[in-house]
Ligand binder design. Structure first.
Ligand SMILES: CC(=O)SCCNC(=O)CCNC(=O)[C@H](O)C(C)(C)COP(=O)(O)OP(=O)(O)OC[C@H]1O[C@@H](n2cnc3c(N)ncnc32)[C@H](O)[C@@H]1OP(=O)(O)O
Ligand SMILES: O=C([O-])CC(=O)C(=O)O
Length: 370
């Protein structure tokens, strides 16, 4: 038995949800470029869960369900108010989603119908939880979800307490489409490992949130913004990156286990970042990001991943850094739950082997002789 570090190149499951072949990402056979350009997040979530794009009636029914399920239990809001104000937002979200299971009497109902309903409920409730955490932290009351609007619009409304402008809603909706699923990434794998023991969907999503939090995965978008803030101005970008690389430090938002010639989602986020800058009449953040990209690519041959330009996009949408990875979760919960449903179908426990590298032939020695 020989271990492969980080399971690189190991095919751990079959899946019909999303695929990456020769650098091309598809959801259920639809190219991400096509979906980013034309589809709404609700259409994409339906596609991931049910394997086809919804017709008008199916889409209307899904939007209604997302609206109907968006409120969170009062008991949970009370709990959120007890969390430390300076708690990491992903840690708070992880705890809240775990607690959510306590208020769903169907949490251990393993029928396909119940699990599909819980997938839609989790999608509806995660944005409400994230917005509530953000508002409580600012000393404000959470805003109840608004009926009849998209996930993107509702999230910005609950965050700000007022109707968002259309350009922000469109940009966030496109970002949600781009983040919705990504084959067997670390958080999706974590969710599948958890539910493959026939544990419940809330446990699967809680595991996934824990995995997404790390800076080598979803947490990188917050680390990118921290880096851009440290750089501070265009003239410092190149020297800052050179110093990091000379110290053999990683540049967050660059590199990828699967894409070696670039992440197809990055160009959409880059375009969005430029357009938001143009609209604001201030391209500093965008230009600083481009200079970082040029320097990293020239020095290391590494290309930006999905996390790099999402940092400047969210900042220009007026969203605080601590919410970047939770926004990733608001989108990715569609993919996680699609994978969880797929895992339950024809499940087998996921239990690989480890190559043992420890001591052998040890003989027990009584404690007084050690
Ligand atoms: C949504 C997402 O999860 S996208 C990824 C988000 N994560 C980040 O942006 C964090 C920064 N990037 C990284 O840490 C890595 O590129 C990962 C985690 C994404 C992929 O990791 P791996 O597939 O294990 O790549 P690995 O670490 O083997 O990289 C190969 C080489 O490139 C280097 N490298 C990879 N990424 C970077 C980077 N961002 N900055 C500098 N060097 C890098 C590694 O140090 C390694 O160099 P070496 O061979 O001299 O040791
Ligand atoms: O696939 C990965 O390893 C990470 C990633 O880009 C994602 O989850 O979107």
């Amino acid at each position: 038995m020989t271990a492969t570090k980080g399971l690189e190149g190991i095919v751990a499951t079959t899946s019909s949800i999303s695929s990456i072949v020769d650098g091309v990402l598809t959801y259920r056979g639809y190219n991400i470029d096509d979906l980013a350009e034309h589809a709404t997040f609700e259409e994409v979530a339906y596609l991931l869960w049910f394997g086809k794009l919804p017709n008008a009636e199916e889409l209307k029914a899904l939007k209604q369900d997302l609206s109907d399920y968006a409120a969170i239990p009062d008991e949970l809001i009370q709990q959120l108010k007890l969390y430390p104000k300076d708690a990491n937002t992903m840690a708070a979200l992880r705890s809240a989603v775990s607690a959510l299971a306590l208020y769903d009497e169907t949490s251990d109902d393993m029928s396909r119908e119940a699990n599909e309903k819980k997938a839609v409920k989790l999608q509806a409730q995660l944005p409400t939880i994230v917005a509530a955490i953000a508002r409580i932290r600012q000393g404000k009351e959470p805003v109840a979800p608004k009926a009849g609007v998209s996930v993107a619009e509702n999230f910005l409304y609950m965050l700000r307490g007022e109707d968002p402008e259309e350009t922000s809603v469109k940009a966030l909706d496109q970002a949600l489409v781009l983040h919705a699923d990504h084959e067997l990434n670390a958080s999706t794998f974590a969710s599948r490992v958890t539910v493959a023991t026939l544990s419940d969907i809330y446990s699967g999503v809680t595991s996934a949130i824990g995995a997404l939090k790390g800076p080598l995965h979803g947490g990188a978008n917050e680390a990118v913004m921290k880096m851009l803030n440290e750089i501070g101005s265009l003239d410092r970008a190149e020297s800052y990156i050179m110093e990091k690389l000379n110290n053999r430090e990683k540049i967050m938002g660059f590199g990828h286990r699967v894409y070696k010639n670039g992440d197809p989602r990055a160009k959409h986020l880059q375009k969005m970042s430029r357009e938001l800058g143009q609209m604001k009449g201030d391209l500093t953040l965008y230009e600083m990001s481009v200079l970082v990209e040029e320097t990293v690519t020239k020095q290391k041959g590494l290309k930006p991943n999905v996390d790099f330009y999402s940092a400047s996009v969210y900042t220009q949408l007026g969203i605080e850094q601590e919410l970047f990875t939770p926004i990733f979760a608001i989108s990715r919960v569609s993919g996680w739950t699609a994978h969880i449903l797929e895992q339950y179908d024809g499940n087998r426990i996921i239990r690989p082997r480890a190559e043992y590298t420890g001591l052998t032939d040890q003989k027990y020695v009584p404690v007084e002789l050690r």
